[in-house]
Design a protein around this ligand. Structure first.
Ligand code: URA
Length: 197
């Protein structure tokens, strides 16, 4: 993790960070992944969304959230007048875990300095953690997502504080559509924050 911290701190731009990740050898997940999945959308967009880790489609395409979860994420964004070009999208872990298994705590810790640096460099106004794994990692929280979601926090991005919120992961919403009402509340809260209300 200290090698990751030093490597991440060396990036002054998002392009540099991507290049550093593509060279980084300190995470075993990289050996089994097809490629590094860095980001989609527009760097510098007002909203940044962070998921857990790439799945099969993302590993093949090199872009986050392009499979079924991603299609639902696009609809969630559209519901509040956003699309991929008006957001910036990444994951806590940029390499697909084999068979989509849950990343180990050690793998997550290794990758944390990179996503933290990515958030600092992207400078969003609003940071959205998608699902429990991203929320617990980014917000250093222990509660489950049903408790964490919908509450505004201050995310500490080095010299800046960023308004942050967790919501339900689209993959979870695909399995439990009755929970969409909670995600919808969170999306409306995000819209209001962007509108400065
Ligand atoms: N789920 C995630 O958390 N991230 C992706 O990029 C795709 C699915």
């Amino acid at each position: 993790a200290s090698a990751a911290r030093a490597a991440a701190a060396g990036a002054e731009t998002l392009d540099e960070l991507r290049a550093i990740l593509e060279r980084f050898d300190g995470c075993a997940l990289k050996a089994t992944a097809s490629r590094t999945v860095f980001a989609d959308g527009t760097p510098g967009a007002r909203v940044m969304l962070v998921g857990e880790a790439p799945g099969r489609e993302e590993d093949l395409s090199g872009l986050p959230f392009v499979g079924r979860s991603g299609q639902l994420l696009d609809r969630m964004l559209a519901a509040i007048g956003l699309d991929r070009s008006s957001a910036y999208i990444a994951n806590v872990i940029p390499w697909r875990p084999p068979g989509n298994r849950t990343p180990t705590p050690q793998e997550t810790e290794t990758c944390l300095p990179f996503i933290r640096r990515q958030i600092e460099l992207a400078e969003p106004d609003v940071l959205v953690a998608l699902g429990g794994a991203a929320a617990q990692t980014l917000f250093r929280a222990k509660e489950g997502i049903l408790r964490l979601r919908g509450r505004w926090l201050d995310y500490d991005a080095g010299p800046r504080r960023i308004k942050a919120i967790a919501t339900l992961h689209p993959a979870y919403l695909l399995r439990s559509p009755a929970q969409k009402k909670f995600a919808w509340r969170d999306l409306k809260a995000i819209r209001r924050a962007l509108d400065g209300e």
